[in-house]
Design a protein around this ligand. Structure first.
Ligand code: 6PG
Length: 232
């Protein structure tokens, strides 16, 4: 499992510009080598500007497939929806074929059914191993990433690629779906975006290599990169 390579930026705008370029470079290489680019989006607020900048870059959109690393089980029009955020900042601005957009289906009354349905979709797309070309992740103030929260059983999953979680410790505290470590660790690359002085201690702990919070353990089979700025 690769160690995380951490790059610090002066501010969120320069972090977002670099992240968008990194995604575009990975996409071009994947499309050239394998004929498609599979990208799992992160939710939260940090990646918004990255998605807006990515929408304006030269990308192999026709062979790009968009997935999610996690989703809050709320209606897609709800401001808390990660799908809604991606639609506003990226999907409505880029010529991605509708069939290439793979939202997480999550009815709060049956989140587990949504997890199993999404896992089936991933298995149909990837086959035996969920080798995402790139998974974007964020860093929560408690060290969570995607919807893998400290102390939860989801951290110990060794087989399933997608799980549901009650999200009681989350903000907002709603049921969620999340990729698991088996899915993340099969990926060709992870790019974690973190901004804000409140996350400095977590980033420094991860840089030391001794961290055990969920985000620090989210490593790709390929390259794991963190883009960090103390200014959000
Ligand atoms: C979610 C995200 C979550 C997020 C972190 C950081 O659905 O909540 O996937 O893991 O990345 O909470 O969020 P900010 O970028 O808003 O700080």
């Amino acid at each position: 499992m690769s160690a995380a390579l951490i790059t610090e930026f002066a501010d969120l705008e320069s972090l977002s510009a670099a992240a968008a370029e990194a995604i575009a470079e990975t996409a071009s290489r994947a499309a050239a080598e394998r004929g498609r680019f599979s990208l799992a989006l992160s939710g939260g607020g940090t990646p918004r500007r990255t998605y807006e900048r990515l929408a304006a870059l030269r990308m192999p959109w026709e062979s790009t497939h968009i997935f999610w690393g996690d989703e809050r089980c709320v209606p897609r029009e709800n401001p808390a929806s990660n799908y809604r955020m991606a639609r506003e900042t990226l999907l409505s601005r880029a010529a991605i074929p509708a069939a290439n957009i793979h939202p997480m289906p999550c009815d709060p009354a049956s989140a587990e059914a949504g997890a199993r349905s999404y896992e089936a979709e991933l298995r149909s797309f990837f086959g035996a191993e969920p080798a995402f070309d790139l998974i974007l992740l964020g860093l929560g103030p408690d060290g969570h990433t995607a919807s893998l929260f400290p102390g939860e059983p989801t951290l110990h999953e060794s087989k399933r690629w997608v799980l549901s979680t009650p999200g009681r410790a989350a903000n907002p505290p709603v049921p969620r779906l999340t990729l698991t470590y088996p899915a993340i660790s099969a990926s060709r690359g992870v790019l974690l975006l973190a901004a804000g002085a409140g996350k400095k201690a977590l980033v420094e702990s991860a840089a030391r290599g001794d961290a055990a919070f969920p985000a620090a353990l989210a490593r790709a089979a390929g390259e794991t990169r963190w883009f960090w700025s103390a200014r959000d």
